[in-house]
Ligand binder design. Structure first.
Ligand SMILES: [Zn+2]
Length: 161
């Protein structure tokens, strides 16, 4: 079974004295393992932040990506286009769309992701721990919401189950 990131790993971050995990857990099994670990330590989760972006927006973001096969520089057709269309600014190599960034491939990957993540979101939703933030929220509002969530009082009550 996968373990949560250690306090020194990249998945573990700190807001003041409040630690938080980034991109973990990703499955219900991991969420349950984390809960058992925290319960053994006598602490509980304050909240789980779910960053929400619609499939169409995810596809728009990912399918616009272009990669240089030579130096691996990454561009985006709308948010970070190369100076010369289809050519890498750094080395002049032709840019390609990775198979992973093809809209149909993205759709398939999203379906798999939804199937694995939905039960985990329900796991946290029934505990009243899930907070969703729209990824399209303006930066300032997003920051404000995130700060408010990170400063929620810690709950010591454990969840039955
Ligand atoms: Zn290049």
């Amino acid at each position: 079974m996968e373990r949560p990131p250690a306090p020194t790993s990249p998945g573990f971050a700190q807001s003041g004295s409040r630690p938080f995990l980034v991109a973990f857990p990703r499955t219900t099994a991991q969420a349950e393992a984390l809960q058992n670990l925290l319960q053994a330590e006598g602490v509980s989760l304050t909240g789980v932040i779910h960053y929400v972006l619609s499939p169409d927006q995810i596809i728009a973001r990912l399918s616009g990506r272009r990669t240089c096969l030579k130096c691996h520089a990454v561009y985006h057709l709308t948010s970070h286009p190369p100076q010369i269309e289809g050519r890498c600014d750094r080395c002049g190599q032709q840019l390609c769309q990775r198979e992973d960034d093809n809209p149909e491939t993205i759709r398939t990957r999203l379906k798999c992701y939804e199937e694995s993540v939905a039960p985990m979101l329900d796991f946290y939703r029934v505990q009243g721990l899930l907070f969703s933030i729209e990824a399209t929220t303006p930066q300032e509002t997003f920051q404000h919401t995130l700060t408010a969530l990170l400063n929620l009082p810690t709950r010591r009550t454990s969840v039955a189950g």
